[in-house]
Design a protein around this ligand. Structure first.
Ligand SMILES: [Zn+2]
Length: 412
C-alpha cells in the first residue's frame, strides 16, 4: 500500500492552489501525499467514497473564545467560553484561535488548562489587558494594559500566541489601541481590534485608515456601528482605502456583530471579507450564529461563490495568523481536511437583530480529518454494514458471554 487513506470521488476546492474540480486526495503519515484525477483504490489501506461531497482544507476559525476554565462567572473568559473539541470538528473546523480571552496575567493558566489539552489545533491572540476578558470594568483598566508584560508573554509563548487583541473598550481615547499596536509591532505579529462601540472622538474610519497597519485585523466587520453604505447605496470609499493599506476585514459574527444591511450590499458589490470567523461563545452559538458552517452558509445564501467562502475560511485566515503552512492541501501539507454536502431546500438565516434571509442551500459538515485522522463522520461513511462484521463484533471477552440455561443453545 502506498497510502494510508484515499478520499475518492469528491469535488476538491483548494483555493490556495486554485483548484476547484473533481480530484482524489491521498494521505500518508498525516500529510497530503497525492492529489490527482484518478488515484487507484488499491493504492490505499482505506478508501472513503466522497461522491457528492465537496472536499476542502480544514477550516481555520480565527475568532473563538475557549478559556472556559478560567473560573470567572459571566465572563467571556469563563462561563461564556467553550472548550474546543465539542464544537470544532462537527462544523469542519480543525484550527481555532482564541481572541484575547486571556491577557498577560492569565495566559499561563489558559495554556495549562486549555491550549495544551484537546485535539483541536489551537492558537491565541493575547489581550493587551492583563486580566483579559473577565469583566467590562476590567477591560477598561488602562493600568492593566502593559506593553512590556504583554510582549514578554508573547515572546515566551510564541508557539501559540499569534498576535495581540483589544476588545470592548468604550473610552474616548485611543490608549488601548495604541498600546496593543505597540505590543503587536514589537512581536512582529498582527493586532486585532474588537470594539462594539465607537465614541465620536475615535471613529472607526480613523482606526482603519490611520491607526492600524498592514496585516492588522478588524473583526466584527459587519457591526451595526460601522458605516458601510453611502447615500448612493455604494460601499464607502474609506473601506477600499483601508483594504488598499492592507487592513484585514474579519467577520467575527458573534452575538451582536452581523447585520444583513451591511453584509448584503457589500457582498453584492464584491467587497468580500478577508476571513470568515464565528466569535464562538455560549450566547451566539445557541442564537443566530450557530457554528462555522452556518456562517459560511449565510454567505452562500447572499450570493458569494463557494470557492471564495472556502478561501476565506481556510488559506486566508491561516495566513492572517502567520501560519501559511495551514489552510491548504498542497502535497506535503498537514492533512487537515473537511468534507461538505450542499443541502438543497428552503433555509432561513438570521442576523443578530433577527433580520432574515431566505436561502436555497445549506452547507453541512460530513467529515473532518485532523492530520489524516478521522474526527467527525456525520453519516457514518467510513463504517461497514453491521451484517458484514464478525459474528461477535463488540464482544471483548467471549468466555464471559454466558447464555441463561435453556436459552440460545450453547453458550459462547
Ligand atoms: Zn469575540
Amino acid at each position: 500500500m502506498t497510502f494510508d487513506l484515499l478520499l475518492k470521488g469528491g469535488h476538491f476546492i483548494d483555493p490556495a492552489n486554485n483548484i476547484d474540480t473533481p480530484r482524489d486526495l491521498a494521505i500518508r503519515d498525516g500529510k497530503v501525499a497525492a492529489v490527482d484525477t484518478d488515484i487507484p483504490a488499491t493504492s490505499a489501506a482505506k478508501v472513503i467514497d466522497m461522491t457528492g461531497l465537496i472536499v476542502t482544507p480544514g477550516f481555520v476559525d480565527i475568532h473563538t473564545h475557549m478559556f472556559a476554565s478560567s473560573g470567572f462567572r459571566d465572563a467571556w473568559a469563563g462561563d461564556r467560553s467553550v472548550l474546543p473539541d465539542g464544537f470544532s470538528f462537527r462544523s469542519g473546523v480543525t484550527t481555532m484561535v482564541d481572541t484575547g480571552s486571556a491577557g498577560w496575567r492569565m495566559f499561563e493558566d489558559f495554556r495549562y488548562n486549555v491550549l495544551d489539552r484537546f485535539e483541536t489545533r489551537m492558537f491565541a491572540f493575547l489581550n493587551i489587558v492583563g486580566m483579559g476578558m473577565v469583566s467590562n470594568d476590567l477591560e477598561q483598566n488602562q493600568a492593566d494594559m502593559q506593553v512590556d508584560r504583554a510582549v514578554a508573554m508573547g515572546r515566551e509563548h510564541e508557539d501559540l500566541i499569534v498576535g495581540m487583541k483589544t476588545a470592548h473598550y468604550v473610552g474616548p481615547e485611543w490608549t488601548t489601541v495604541d498600546r496593543m499596536l505597540e505590543a503587536g509591532r514589537a512581536l512582529g505579529k498582527p493586532s486585532m481590534v474588537d470594539f462594539g462601540l465607537f465614541p465620536k472622538q475615535r471613529p472607526y474610519y480613523e482606526l482603519v485608515t490611520q491607526r492600524m497597519s498592514a496585516g492588522d485585523i478588524t473583526t466584527h466587520m459587519y457591526l451595526g456601528d460601522v458605516p458601510w453604505i453611502g447615500a448612493d447605496g455604494k460601499v464607502l470609499k474609506y473601506l477600499y482605502e483601508a483594504r488598499e493599506r492592507g487592513i484585514i476585514f474579519d467577520v467575527g459574527h458573534g452575538g451582536g456583530s452581523f447585520y444583513w444591511r451591511n453584509a448584503v450590499p457589500a457582498i453584492e458589490q464584491g467587497f468580500y471579507p478577508d476571513s470568515i470567523s464565528t466569535d464562538l461563545h455560549t450566547w451566539c452559538m445557541n442564537d443566530e450564529m450557530q457554528d462555522m458552517t452556518n456562517v459560511m452558509s449565510k454567505f452562500l445564501a447572499i450570493g458569494m461563490p463557494l470557492e471564495e467562502i472556502v478561501r476565506e475560511s481556510t488559506t486566508n485566515p491561516a495566513r492572517e495568523i502567520g501560519h501559511p503552512e495551514l489552510g491548504h492541501l498542497s502535497i506535503g501539507a498537514v492533512a487537515d481536511v473537511t468534507a461538505l454536502s450542499i443541502l438543497e431546500g428552503d433555509f432561513g438565516y438570521l442576523d443578530v437583530r433577527q433580520g432574515r434571509v431566505q436561502g436555497k442551500q445549506r452547507l453541512r459538515c460530513e467529515l473532518t480529518l485532523l492530520e489524516g485522522q478521522l474526527m467527525w463522520d456525520f453519516n457514518g461513511r467510513t463504517g461497514t454494514d453491521w451484517r458484514e462484521l464478525d459474528e461477535f463484533y463488540g464482544v471483548r471477552n467471549p468466555e464471559g458471554l454466558i447464555m441463561p440455561p435453556g436459552e440460545g443453545g450453547a453458550s459462547k
